[in-house]
Design a protein around this ligand. Sequence first.
Ligand code: BT5
Length: 337
Amino acid sequence: MSLDAAILKALRSSPSRGVSGADLSQQLGVSRAAVWARMEELRQLGYDISASPHFGYKLVSVPDVLHADDLLSRLDGKQVIGRDIHVFQSTTSTNDIVEKMARDGAREGVVVFAETQTQGRGRLGRKWVSPPKRGLWFSILLKPDLRPQSSTQITVGAAVALTRAIQARTSIVVETKWPNDLLIDGRKVAGILTELRAEPDKIKYLILGIGIDVNVRPEEFPEEIRHLATSLRAVTGHQVHRADLAEAVLRELDQVYRDICREDFTGVAQEWEQNCSTIGREVTVTFGEHTIHGIAESLDFDGALLVRSQHGHLERILGGEIHVLPKPGRSKGSPRP
Ligand code: BT5
């Protein structure tokens, strides 16, 4: 852990009493002058750190910036997801950076955030809009011991983790749409992009890319998606602290990932089904030229969506475009019962 991360961790562990320069210097094995110099640097970055002869140093407030040392200092050091964190001011796509790290042999669990992306992407070559400093745009390298067909478990697990973290930090209950959308009142607030390198029966590595619209203002979405997208700020009416949310998201992702690696996907699937706007609904699934129409019944053991087709067959859906049809209701002119 870097010196900045160790200092922030020590300050967080004693929020009311503060920590003296002498204690910090002893704890961290550096001089008091070195501690003082790091405090100055952190203040330059916007961290409000008070200092008094009586109480020592105290962390008063944290800026709304993403800072790798700050994020690392919030985690317990035993987690897989977030054992190494990088923050870029701008990238093409965080998935590209992680892909390169994976090819260079990085360990699983590394997380790359960017304050903005110039070529953020969704599935099937679609664009992902990433306005600077308004969201959490990040990717994680994972090496799960799963068959490629089961990678949907990771996407579904990520949706569960995001749902928990968003609810904990904002009290908003988001809906999930299989496999990768998080919605509020039918508008998309987050998306998940899972990209893999695999051998026929084993995942070599998987890149989990996540975009959360935290403080995006409606006018910052391009016109063509304004009616489809929303942000946590737009819904709550106030700014949401991105580093606090990032901390909650990383903790929940780590928890869910451990469950999946322990082959305990059932609990994750049940939680997903509770928040899901797809199960029980009439859906159309399109793969290229091919379309299936039916009722989404449940999730299979590996995360596939089970759809009962018009012809009564149970179809396992692992990809494609899913469209949830509106619930049947009375049309305007229909008589009241
Ligand atoms: C997704 O694709 O929802 C996956 C999005 C993953 C984004 C993250 S950000 C970090 C990492 N690095 C990347 O380059 N990507 C990942 P899909 O289901 O294909 O949805 C894409 C569609 O969502 C677009 O065609 C737009 O209609 C809409 N969209 C684009 N930007 C959006 C935004 N910021 N918020 C809500 N909707 C958006």
